[in-house]
Write a protein that binds this ligand. Sequence first.
Ligand SMILES: *[C@@H]1O[C@H](CO)[C@@H](O)[C@H](O)[C@H]1NC(C)=O
Length: 352
Amino acid sequence: MSSFVMYGTLLNLFLLFIVLQFGSNNGSKTEQTLDLQNPNFFNPKLPPRTLSSNKKFEGSSDLVNLRYHMGPVLSSPINIYLIWYGKWAPSQQLLIKDFLLSVSTFNHRAAPSPSVAEWWSTVSLYTDQTGANISRSVLIAGEYSDRKYSQGTHLNRLSIQDVIAEAVKSKPFTVDHKKGIYLVLTSVDVTMQDFCRAVCGFHYFTFASKVGYTLPYAWVGNSGRQCPEVCAYPFAVPGYMGGSGAAALKSPNGDIGVDGMISVIGHELAELSSNPLVNAWYAGEDPVAPTEIGDLCEGLYGTGGGGGYMGQVMKDRDGRTYNLNGRRGRKFLVQWIWSPIIKACAGPNAMD
Ligand SMILES: *[C@@H]1O[C@H](CO)[C@@H](O)[C@H](O)[C@H]1NC(C)=O
């Protein structure tokens, strides 16, 4: 009996200890949540992506044979010419333009760290054979809307060049063969050869016979209706994974298709700048299917990524996932880029 009382007292003391411990933990947590600038960090585990990417490489290795093949990089200030193919809402266009204009700090007051401009600093580490770096100055030099689907609603790699040929004929949109790159963005209802199955975006250059000039260009499509679980991943995840516990993440701007495009646009822009004529920076022996500085880091958004984890990213008070800040308070989730200096994937939200 007395031992029972004794035991009870000890138990009470123990419980009191737990309450005190819990209480003090709680106290420090409250202090942290009072700091509204402080986002929550997390590293979600995600189901495997459906897009089978044979170019995907996770982590760091000296075995990655990324080499320079003597061709040009985009070392002059970069003029982006946007071609809006199909139907686009002004709010969607604004979101994409805010991302593009966040790359260069010349366009705005510097966004808080980690920023899109800091993310681009990994890209600007690449040089050509004269030692000139990829430019840090990126601006939108022109916009063209192809609202009537001039080449139909099903496109392929060659008809994309007809889209560009059509656009550059219309003034004031021009052929800028010194500093221009052309970004063709297709709306949700446009299908593209291999879209969803093998690609979410690609870059190449136009042929003189089609467009009159050799112009570096990239295409990215809005996958929102066709295959968000492939191309707007991780804002949508494959349905068959239901019950595994892994859920889609809340996108930073509430538009799964366009928020998903942002990372693909970042990927293509980085590769277009470091390999515009497909004879500069790439790994592997095959220039027809080069592994480029974005391919090496696909699916990686922060420290501790790989093996099903996307890496340490941030969640704001409304649960929206992001890893970069942009102009006008915008937030974006953009994959990391291979750094030629540390020979690993890098981004400004790195924890170490
Ligand atoms: C240019 O590239 C070199 C070599 O990667 C790098 O050391 C330097 O910091 C880069 N400069 C800028 C402005 O990015």
